[in-house]
Each structure stands twice: as C-alpha cells, then as structure tokens.
Design a protein around this ligand. Structure first.
Ligand code: RIB
Ligand code: CA
Length: 311
C-alpha cells in the first residue's frame, strides 16, 4: 500500500541538525517537501541560505524552491549560534557551492504563496527562530488556516537537576516572534530540549552511521563529528538531534508523547528572556495554546533516522 506523502514546508537555519532534517525530509516517502525557507540563528541569513541550497542540491533535491528570510530577529539584535562553525555547516569539506538560486521573493511572501495555493492545509515544520513565521502571522493572517499544524523545534519546559539555561536557543533568538506565533491560534507542537537532549549521537550511533558507505553517509558523519565535538566542548553533551526529531515527529507522530499546556514566553527578563513557561495545571486560567513533547521513543527515532539516511 503506497503511503500518501504529506506535503510540508520547512523553515530552518542550517546548521548541522537542520541539514540532517532536510535530508530526512527529502528521503522520506511519507513527506513531499514543497519548499524551504531560511532564517538566521545558527549562522547569518546568507550562510544558512547558501547551506540550504547546497544541501538540497547535493542530495538531489535541487527542484525544491528555497526562499531567504529575515536578516535578524523582530526586535532584538542578531545573536548567532556557535555550534555549527563559521560557515554554519563546518565539516562539509566536499559539499560543493550551490548552482541553484533562491526564489526572487522573501521567505514570508513565498510561504504565503505556497500556503494560499495549497489545495488543503499543509504541515509546516520550523527548526530555527520563528521570525519568518511571526511575520507571516502579521502580514498574511488569511493564510494561517492553511497551516494544518506547525511542528517547531523549540522551548524547554521541565527543569531537571542538570544545569540547563532557562532558555532554548530558537526561543532565545527571537522571543517576540514566538509570542506572536503562540498568540496566533496556529496549532503548534513544540519539540523542545526536554526530548531532543535525549536523542544524542554517541559512539553506537556513529558506528551505525559509518556503515552507510555513500557520499551522503560520509558527509553526514563529517557533519556530526564536527557538531558532536563542538557540543561536547561547549555544553558537555553529545550532538543532540534537535531538528531531526522535530521532522521525524511529522513523519511518525507516535515517536513523541505530547501534552497540552498554555505556554507563555518571557520577553521582559534580563536573564530569562526566551524562557518558555508551561502552565500545565491551568493556574493562569488560559486555554492551552500548544502541545509540548514530553517523551520520545529514542530507539525508534534512530531506527527511522538511519533508515532514511541509508536511503
Ligand atoms: O536549541 C536547538 C536549536 O537551536 C536547533 O534548531 C539548532 O539547529 C539551533 O538552531
Ligand atoms: Ca535549527
């Protein structure tokens, strides 16, 4: 029985983990990748856009349109991540420069066009700061009904004993954008650090990756070796598969367990802006505005990721 592929749009800031998510989206028979828009976060917009182009071209997805997005967050200065190196995709020694070009429209206008012409509401996956999505909400409210569901890699909700900053990077980069999206009524699932820090690339996973003896397999190993090394040095954890998990949850929603909650995002704190605060007990008297991922089937996630990378 052939799977009916889900048409999706991806807004991302590649970035190593975004790159793996793009590969998985293209490889999955359950996904039809309609278009990619880029945002800044792991690197500046020129680099994340160049990376999106060269990744898609390398994997044979040069037909997927790419539109570049905002050059900085809505109100705050641009703070760039450091986990992906100066190019935003360090460790890709043989990933050629792109020959494909970007769409001649801004990401926000591209998203509006794709959504308005879609015959049915479609899934939207965002794996970076939500600046483009917030502007879509403000400029094109009439297309929001065509977003079937927004799955976003972002936020962190449970405070564990481990030392963890109160904010997750995508929320930290543009908390005002997140606030706009949370208030928009767009159905959103937040795949946050609570689950993504449980899908870490460690030696067993590297051994599995090493068996994928293809140019793509070798490229992904290069990416993840770099990404892992930097994560260990800066955060003392292995390379977390943040964005691949968010994408995987669209392919197979049973990979994660979610619960509804009203999420507020701090936009005023000096040290806590970007913190995503869940009201699981309804004390605010507000209706839930998001589904929060609270558990993940780690083994089945990696099974899916490796099967897609093996192609
Ligand atoms: O906090 C993790 C998120 O920040 C991921 O999307 C990663 O790519 C970075 O953008
Ligand atoms: Ca990302």
């Amino acid at each position: 029985m052939s799977i009916q592929a889900k048409p999706i749009l991806i807004d991302c800031d590649p970035g190593h983990d975004d790159a793996v998510a793009l590969v998985m989206a293209h490889r999955s028979p359950a996904i039809e990748l309609l278009g990619v828009t880029t945002t800044c976060g792991n690197a500046g917009i020129d680099k994340t856009t160049r990376n999106a182009l060269r990744i898609l071209e390398f994997i044979g997805a040069g037909n997927v349109p790419v539109a570049a997005g905002c050059v900085r967050p809505l109100t705050r200065p641009l703070v760039l991540g450091t986990a992906d190196g100066p190019s935003g995709l360090e460790g890709s020694k043989y990933l050629p420069d792109p020959t494909m070009t970007i769409e001649p429209v801004h990401a926000v206008d591209f998203l509006a066009r794709m959504l308005s012409k879609a015959p049915e509401p479609i899934d939207f996956v965002a794996t970076g700061p939500l600046t483009n999505v917030a502007l879509l909400v403000m400029k094109y409210p009439q297309v929001l009904a065509k977003i079937k569901h927004l799955t976003w890699m972002g936020g962190v909700f449970y405070r564990k004993s481990e030392i963890i900053s109160p904010t997750e990077f995508n929320a930290f980069c543009d908390p005002e954008a997140l606030k706009i999206v949370l208030e928009s009524g767009v159905p959103i699932t937040m795949v946050g650090l609570d689950v993504t820090r449980r899908v870490l690339i460690e030696e067993p996973q590297f051994e599995e990756l090493a068996k994928i003896d293809t140019p793509l397999g070798r490229l992904v190993v290069d990416w993840l070796r770099y990404y892992d090394k930097l994560h260990r040095r800066t955060m003392n954890i292995g390379g977390a598969m943040h964005d691949p998990l968010a994408l995987a949850a669209v392919i197979d929603p049973t990979l994660i367990t979610t619960r509804p909650a009203h999420i507020a995002v701090d936009v005023g704190g000096a040290y806590t802006f970007g913190a995503t605060v869940a009201d699981f007990w309804g004390t605010r008297g507000e209706k839930p505005n998001a589904e929060i991922a609270v558990d993940v089937d780690v083994e089945r996630f990696f099974d899916l990721m490796f099967s897609l990378l093996r192609g």
